[in-house]
Structure formats: structure tokens, C-alpha cells
Design a protein. Structure first.
Length: 408
């Protein structure tokens, strides 16, 4: 009997993983025919393709090796998202979840997947290892300290890169003083991604952090507040949180934190003299950290009548702290958040809205453009103040002078 008339059961596969060649031998067809059943189904009749797939299932062949296929194509189909925090932190942060969901949706049309490259949980581990060893087609920097080794490691990969809420490339020439080239042509699986050699550009997508912060601080000053606390997001990687000295403020490493502080300061500079800010840093962006920071700040600085929080998550903690101390919001304490997360309206939280979902979509579009050999322009999205029920006029002197009761 010739090999072309062999049945699947007559195949004698070698030990180990079944190969495409063994499926072809069992069917009596060429290797290219079996390959086309998976990779180019339009080249086969429906009946022949179904026969190939049935035989493959019978033999235990699971399809082409994804790694080998990606090497042949020069692409992995994976985009890395660099997140300078432990992995669980990305899922616990509502703003990060909104961003990542929108980003994933934007990349689905090109059959691209996301890989989160988070900081290792072990403090002794190399923080650059996830970035340096990842097999990806492009990198999206969602969180990295300015002028950091992590950011340098990203750009050293010479891959299409999108910087999110980072200084635009024009603002950081030290990081891009070498040409960034793609070693291999980008092979397209989607009509919008042509195969071609191209210089790997880096694009930026950010929000008007400073503008939103300026509006928030101005709102409190318009209400007469002169002693304002600030619950800051992290100033730098793993600094531990606590009161922020002028020296620490000058060394802020995270761009959103620096920009929001700049916006607060600009509002104060343009406002009435005598207005003061009292800064404290949250170790992590969680409600419990927000509550701890607010409690400590309000007890140490009893003249504070309002809090500027750099996230709605920290603002949630501030509202808990006010309840613990018996300070009614907004009559004894005004609170402003940042982000306008789902649920903030239910809390009647005055906050700065940012287009988190649109930001994820824009980042995905920028990455697709880079993979297609285009150079998308940098994008800065607007922010705006949403006034709700957590802010009011500064309390009277007698009410303000009542010191919060210390906790036991």
C-alpha cells in the first residue's frame, strides 16, 4: 500500500511530540498542505481541511508550535506593558484596570496580546529582568520613574515603544541619544500592519496632569481654604511614604506625581498670599494608605480644612479618616480626588476627571501605528474638574480650631 492511501491509524509516530510531518505522512499529503490547514485555510477545500484537522486530533497533534511560528514570522504577537510595581498592584488599582482593559480592546483587531511586565516581588531580584528577557513586539511603559534604569532598559530593547504618562521624548534626550533600530522586519498578520523594515519610534500619550491639579487647588482657594493637605501618590520607587520635605519634593521621580504637584503649586503662586500646602506621601495607592496618611496629617496639622488627593482611591481613604475623626465632609473638611473612577459619583466626590479609557485606546492605536512603520504624534489628553458634594466653603474659625481627637 502506498503512503498516500495510509489511514491515520497506520501512522507510526515517533516518541514524544507529534509533528506536522507525521500528520502529513499519515494522510499521504504534503507538509505544506497540513501547514495550510492551520495557517492558510483559504488554500484548501473545506473537506480537505476538515480531514487534516480530524487526523491531527486523532494523532494528538496540537497544531504548529507558537514559538517556532513566531520566529519564522519575525513577530510574537505580544505587546509588553511595563508596570513598575508588583503584579497584584496592577489589578488592585481601578484606574490601571480601566486602562489595561481599553488597551487590550484596542489591540484585539490586530490579534495582539498583552504581557504585564511587573516588578519582581522579591526585592533581591533584578528589576530589569522582566523587560530584558521578554519576547515581545513592542513595549508600553505604563509606570516607570523618570531617567531610571528601567526606562533605559526599555529603550535599549530597540522596539516600538509607547510612553504613557511619561515626559515626552523631546523632554528626555539622555534616554534616546542612540538611534533605535528594529533588527528584523515586522511581519504583518493584519492588513493595517504592513511588513517592512523601519526605525523603531517611540510615541507618548499623557494627560494634562498639571492642568487638572491646578483646577482642583484653585477650586479650594475660591472656597476660602488656606491650609490644604495633599495626599501624594508615590514620589519614587519604594520610598516608604510619610511627610514630604522640600528636598524630597525636588526629587520626585514619577511624572504624574511631579505634574500634579506642579499644578497645585502654580495655583497657589497665583492665589492669595498665606495659602499653604502640607504634603504627605502614600506608600501605595490604596484606600488604607489614604486613610493612614489623612489621619496622620489631620492630627499633626489641625488647621487643615481641605485635602487634595492625587487619586480617587486615596480620597476614599481620606473620607474614611474624616469619619474616624468626626470631621463632617464637606462642612468641616473638603476632599478632592483625581481620576473620576466609577463609583466616585456615588460618593459625591469632587474630583479631577481624566479620560482613562480613551487613554488606553490611544496607546493601543499608537502602538499599532508604530508596528505599521508610522510615526504617530504625541498625544496630551484634557482633564477637567467635576464638582460634587465633597467640597464647601472653609469652616468658621471656631469650627476650624477644634483639634481632631487623637486615636487611641
Amino acid at each position: 500500500m502506498s503512503s498516500r492511501s495510509a489511514s491515520p491509524s497506520s501512522a507510526s509516530p515517533s516518541s514524544g511530540r507529534i509533528t506536522l510531518r507525521e500528520v502529513a505522512r499519515a494522510l499521504g499529503v504534503s507538509v505544506a498542505t497540513v501547514s495550510n490547514a492551520y495557517n492558510r485555510p483559504d488554500q484548501l477545500s473545506a473537506g480537505l481541511r476538515e480531514r487534516v484537522l480530524d487526523t491531527a486530533r486523532t494523532l494528538g497533534y496540537g497544531g504548529p508550535d507558537p514559538l517556532a511560528r513566531s520566529l519564522r514570522r519575525g513577530r510574537t504577537g505580544v505587546i509588553g506593558v511595563v508596570y513598575d510595581a508588583p503584579l497584584e498592584y496592577a489589578f488592585a488599582d481601578p484606574a490601571a484596570a480601566l486602562f489595561l482593559g481599553s488597551l487590550a480592546q484596542a489591540l484585539q483587531a490586530a490579534s495582539l496580546n498583552l504581557l504585564l511586565l511587573a516588578s519582581p516581588g522579591d526585592p533581591q531580584a533584578d528589576p530589569l529582568a522582566p523587560v530584558q528577557g521578554a519576547s515581545v513586539d513592542g513595549l508600553i511603559v505604563y509606570s516607570a520613574a523618570q531617567d531610571s534604569e528601567l526606562l533605559r532598559a526599555v529603550l535599549a530593547r530597540s522596539l516600538p515603544t509607547v510612553l504613557v504618562d511619561q515626559p515626552m521624548l523631546a523632554d528626555q534626550p539622555v534616554l534616546i541619544n542612540q538611534p533605535i533600530l528594529v533588527d528584523q522586519p515586522v511581519q504583518a498578520d493584519h492588513p493595517d500592519l504592513p511588513a517592512q523594515d523601519h526605525r523603531a519610534q517611540a510615541s507618548g500619550v499623557q494627560i494634562d496632569d498639571a492642568g487638572g491639579a491646578r483646577l482642583a487647588a484653585q477650586h479650594l482657594m475660591d472656597l476660602g481654604h488656606t491650609h490644604i493637605g495633599v495626599l501624594c501618590l508615590e514620589l519614587g520607587p519604594r520610598q516608604g511614604g510619610g511627610p514630604v520635605t522640600p528636598e524630597r519634593e525636588r526629587r520626585v521621580a514619577y511624572h504624574p506625581t511631579a505634574e500634579r504637584l506642579r499644578g497645585y503649586r502654580e495655583a497657589l503662586d497665583a492665589g492669595p498670599s498665606g495659602t499653604r500646602l502640607f504634603l504627605t506621601e502614600a506608600e501605595r495607592n490604596t484606600p488604607s494608605d489614604g486613610a493612614t496618611c489623612a489621619l496622620n496629617l489631620l492630627q499633626s496639622e489641625p488647621e487643615i480644612t481641605a485635602l487634595l488627593c492625587m487619586s480617587d482611591v486615596l480620597a476614599q481613604g481620606a473620607l474614611r479618616a474624616a469619619q474616624t475623626l468626626g470631621l463632617s465632609v464637606p462642612h468641616r473638611l473638603s476632599v478632592i480626588g483625581y481620576d473620576d473612577l466609577p463609583g466616585s459619583a456615588d460618593l459625591k466626590l469632587t474630583t479631577v476627571w481624566q479620560p482613562t479609557s480613551e487613554k488606553g485606546q490611544r496607546v493601543g492605536e499608537a502602538m499599532l501605528a508604530l508596528l505599521g512603520g508610522q510615526t504617530p504624534p504625541d498625544v496630551r489628553l484634557p482633564t477637567r474638574l467635576v464638582v460634587r458634594g465633597s467640597t464647601a466653603a472653609r469652616p468658621t474659625t471656631s469650627a476650624q480650631a477644634t483639634r481632631p481627637s487623637p486615636l487611641p
